[in-house]
Design a protein around this ligand. Structure first.
Ligand code: C5P
Length: 470
């Protein structure tokens, strides 16, 4: 607070104050205090009578500070271990052109700091319901109104219970009660908390009340040894749902996409075969992501232990020959992605009958012949060549350099190269680290789940088709 020294006032003012003080029987200091109090009271009454928060009464919610016509997302971060993923979610939403502001619940602040969330959003982070500065400047009603979508991630069991019950005892719940915007919940909690009757009852209420939901997913929990349903949906998954809420998610709508996936089995005889360790996880994830983006998808899958992705036409094959035939039958397509680990060789004369093992007989000699290269065959087609042909390159050394050579030799447009050395755990695992090799150069993607790689690839494909310059 500023201090005021009467001695420093001009002589005329001091004289007037002395006269006024004497008339009222007060000291000069007391007289000054009285004058200030009366003036402040009068100004205060006028301010309170005439001040109407513009956002509450104005016809259209203010877009102050929002770049262009960017859609506004208010992210409410709840207090759970998954909160760390919400920082990545902010990044993903901003990548998609959303204007993001954040509310952190008190519990969330134990997991992520307002400073971190503020640094990534580039905006002030809101935490308190009764913060006079915030109330004057933004206020919970404005926060609730000046947003197009609210995302609650992680939505904890407690937060879900409060919202289902209409509680409003902190900034997050007050905003959720005051908003008319669409709200997307990304629940995250221990599987037993998720399956608890109370949580399921609250969930049913929230769905009835029109809340949208993404996840929770199945998998490992942060607590050692715990797994089940309760993992928060991945940031890319949440961002994709937010895009859908704005009607933007169908980036491949009307496009035909073909994906090969999994290993091939090359028969030795009717019961034996040559195979490899491909799980098909990456190819299947790509097919699922393409379908989620609105594409019409044909998945040509070798033998895998995975369910057919929803919304995808899956054709099951065994050998490289069958895979090539099925691929050619699926043409024409706009985009073809060759994620299958096709066996390079097959047995020249696979036996029609089981090869018998008998004592004293020499071991069979398996003569191998080269399999057709499906990627190269499709990429070099004169007719019905897809607009965008994408291959994978599984390497164990000089990943990008070898992929560049492969890009040219296979005649494809893009190669997703990855290091499959045993220590990377990529073969059969859930994570992948990609280098995207195109005619323009090499782009290193961060280590991420195969699902995230799929979503990122589909987003790149959509961009390329939009520019029509694959
Ligand atoms: O030559 P290499 O097997 O490393 O090439 C990998 C890429 O080529 C992958 O996209 C794979 O699906 C594709 N490929 C194919 N047919 C083959 C061998 C590989 O489509 N016979």
């Amino acid at each position: 607070m500023a201090s005021l020294t009467v001695r420093q006032l001009d002589e005329r003012l001091k004289k007037l104050l002395r006269l006024r003080a004497a008339r009222n029987g007060r000291s000069v200091e007391d007289e000054v205090r009285t004058i200030l109090r009366e003036a402040a009271d009068q100004v205060g009454t006028e301010v309170l009578e005439n001040f109407t928060p513009p956002s509450v009464h104005s016809a259209a919610p203010s877009r102050r500070g929002v770049p262009g016509d960017a859609k506004r997302v208010l992210l409410i971060i709840g207090g759970g271990i998954a909160a760390y993923k919400s920082l990545d979610l902010i990044r993903r939403l901003k990548e998609r052109g959303f204007y993001v502001r954040c509310i952190l619940t008190k519990a969330a602040a134990h997991f992520v700091t307002p400073l971190a969330a503020g640094a990534i959003t580039g905006e002030r982070v809101f935490t308190d319901l009764f913060d006079p500065a915030h109330e004057f400047d933004v206020g919970h009603i404005r926060l609730a109104r000046e947003t197009d979508v609210i995302v609650v991630a992680p939505a904890t069991a407690d937060l879900m219970a409060k919202v289902a019950g209409g509680h409003a005892d902190d900034l997050a719940t007050t905003v959720l009660l005051a908003t008319t915007a669409k709200v997307l919940l990304a629940p995250a909690m221990n599987p037993r908390m998720w399956s608890n009757k109370a949580t399921q009852r609250n969930l049913a209420q929230l769905i009835t009340d029109g809340f949208a939901l993404v996840g929770p997913n199945e998998g490992e929990m942060a607590e050692t040894g715990e797994s089940g349903t309760g993992r928060m949906a991945e940031p890319l998954e949440i961002a994709a749902v937010v895009e859908k809420l704005f009607g933007r998610g169908q980036s491949l709508s009307g496009k035909r996409v073909l994906v090969t996936s999994g290993p091939t089995h090359e028969p030795i005889d009717p019961v034996r075969y040559i195979a490899n360790r491909s799980s098909g996880k990456q190819g299947h994830a790509i097919a699922a992501a393409a379908a989620a983006a609105g594409a019409q998808v044909a998945l040509i899958s070798g033998p895998v232990n995975l369910p057919d992705p929803p919304g995808v036409t899956t054709i099951h094959v065994e050998s490289a020959h069958d895979m090539l035939a099925a691929t050619e039958r699926a043409l024409p397509v706009d985009v073809a992605i060759f994620a299958a680990a096709v066996a390079d060789w097959r047995v020249a004369n696979a036996g029609e009958h089981k090869i018998k093992k008998s004592k004293g007989q020499a071991t069979p000699n398996l003569a191998l012949v080269e399999n057709p290269d499906i990627l190269s065959t499709i990429a070099h087609r004169k007719s019905q060549r897809p607009m965008l042909v994408i291959g994978f390159a599984a390497e164990t050394e000089n990943v990008a350099a070898n992929a560049k050579v492969k890009l040219a030799s296979k005649g494809c447009d893009w190669i997703l190269a990855n290091d499959v050395s045993p220590q990377t755990g990529i073969m059969g695992g859930n994570m992948n680290t990609i280098e995207l090799v195109t005619a323009k150069g090499v782009e290193s993607w961060p280590p991420q789940s195969k699902d995230d790689v799929a979503v990122m690839l589909i987003s790149r494909i959509a961009d390329a088709l939009l520019k029509e310059k694959p």
